[in-house]
Write a protein that binds this ligand. Sequence first.
Ligand code: FES
Length: 94
Amino acid sequence: METQNVPYKRQIFVCTHNANGEKASCGDHNGEEIFRQLREIAKERKLHPMIRVAQAKCLGQCARGVNIMVYPENSWHNDVRVEDVTKIANQYIQ
Ligand code: FES
């Protein structure tokens, strides 16, 4: 095993898990679409992959989705909706 420093300036984890109605999940509120839009913005701004937008498959707060977790800020956003993408992008993808 090798250990090194995290190779990214920032990591934005967007929960995209969809329980298909069996229980509350981020998929109920377009987690996949939010992930896709944020990833696309990072690419358009030529900040990907130094600012990495990654999918998470459940962050453990399913009823409060869509959940987004950001490092190194150690920030958590819940109840994120597609209309919040611009605000999140302007806060973290710059
Ligand atoms: S489904 Fe997103 S936190 Fe569990």
